[in-house]
Design a protein around this ligand. Structure first.
Ligand code: GDP
Ligand code: MN
Length: 380
């Protein structure tokens, strides 16, 4: 789960990482009131779950309340790479002398948290890594040993931060960020930019914060931060029903059991000349309720023109899924043709059940490729 900038900063603040004072606003009037309370110059910042807002015109300095209202009017409703701005963070403006970058993420290769620190902040870290890799200090932390203060010093020297006053503050922030990362079950905590003000004060001016979905049950306060309105309504329905669902762009709805099978089904649809509209992973749940939930979510997407069921029976028995499909069709009305392919445990029994039911909307195909071709044909 990705947090908005302001939410990430709220979590930072809990761990003692310095951030600027700010207020949330959803209307130009609220932005004005927030600027009045904060006083002086403020920054009006679009809250969307994507980066590069500055370049897209989603971040603007305002001289005072009236200006903040005007800037809020410009930014609200803006489309930043498919994310429409509905929330603003009004923050006390900072004077910036330097922009640094600090993050912790998981390095899957070494299975360890990885720190990155550079004085080349304010721009995308990928760009720094490509154009000026020597400027990027990287350091792994052994999760069993935990953070050690010498590691922060090594990072600071590696990045070439020479000012003693900055070193002292950044040392503290590096240590706090590790606690923040571990105790929040985060996958990424990124501060870009980490600024130094002309007075020498170091502060987190932005946050990118991703929390491991599987650990959210341990963090009800963070789970609560999820913006249900911003989510795709079908993805929301899927989450409520506990179904794995992903929205895509084509016209064939896909249901499979198991992530690997679903991924290969997407490929086979492409091979057959079609495009997947979405997919659901039934996992081990082939019972009537599981199938009904998945079918309901798949078919609620208006882009779906045909549905492909690809089931490989193992522990999940094909006949159980076949019964699930038939019962689901009794419960809900599906307008799109459904192609089914069964293989593995009790596949023959499953095909017999579907044949006996003699439903016009159900098409049985013997192989994955045949099924994909049929589904693409029916979607055309
Ligand atoms: P991003 O573009 O989505 O990464 O958003 P950021 O929060 O990182 O802001 C982008 C840029 O806006 C920063 O790198 C700063 O240069 C600038 N900016 C943001 N807040 C302030 C501020 O308080 N004062 C000044 N002077 N510039 C700011
Ligand atoms: Mn940023």
């Amino acid at each position: 789960m990705d947090l908005y900038e302001y939410q990430g900063k709220q979590v930072f603040a809990r761990f003692g990482i310095p951030v600027s004072e700010g207020r949330l606003a959803t209307t130009p009037e609220e932005a004005r009131a927030a600027a009045e309370e904060i006083g002086g110059q403020v920054v009006v910042k679009a809250q969307v779950l994507t980066g590069g807002r500055g370049k897209a015109g989603g971040i603007k300095l305002a001289e005072g309340p009236a200006d903040a209202e005007a800037k809020a009017r410009d930014i609200l409703g803006l489309d930043i790479r498919g994310h429409v701005v509905r929330k603003l963070w009004i923050e006390q403006a900072s004077d910036i002398a330097k922009e640094y970058y600090l993050s912790i993420t998981f390095d899957r290769g070494t299975k360890k948290p990885l720190y990155m620190l550079t004085t080349e902040g304010g721009i995308e870290i990928e760009q720094v890594a490509e154009e000026n890799p020597d400027a990027l200090a990287r350091l792994h932390v052994d999760p069993f040993e935990g953070f050690q203060p010498y590691q922060a010093r090594r990072l600071i020297y590696g990045a070439g931060i020479e000012d003693l006053n900055e070193q002292k503050q950044i040392l503290g922030i590096i240590e706090k960020l590790y606690r923040c990362f571990v105790e929040s079950d985060a996958m990424l905590c990124e501060i870009n930019p980490l600024i130094v003000t002309p007075a020498g004060e170091v502060r987190a001016l932005d946050s990118k914060f991703t929390v491991d979905d599987s650990a959210l049950f341990r963090h009800p306060d963070i789970a609560e931060m999820r913006d249900v309105e911003a989510a795709d309504p079908h993805e929301r329905l899927a989450r409520e029903k506990g179904v794995t669902y992903v929205k895509l762009d084509g016209e064939v709805g896909i249901l499979g059991n198991g992530a690997g099978l679903v991924m290969s089904t997407l490929d086979v649809i492409a091979l057959a000349g079609g495009k997947p509209a979405n997919f659901c992973d039934l996992g081990g749940g082939g019972d009537a309720q599981g199938v009904t939930d998945a079918l309901e979510i798949i078919s609620a997407d208006p882009q779906v023109k045909s549905i492909l069921f690809n089931i490989f029976g193992g522990i999940t028995r094909c006949d159980e899924v076949a019964r699930g499909i038939l019962q689901a069709l009794e419960r809900i009305e599906i307008d799109e043709p459904i192609v089914v392919r069964f293989d593995g445990t009790n596949a023959e029994e499953a095909r017999r059940l579907i044949a006996e039911a003699d439903r016009g909307e159900l098409h049985v195909e013997p192989t994955m490729l045949d099924a994909a071709k049929r589904a693409v044909e029916l979607a055309a």
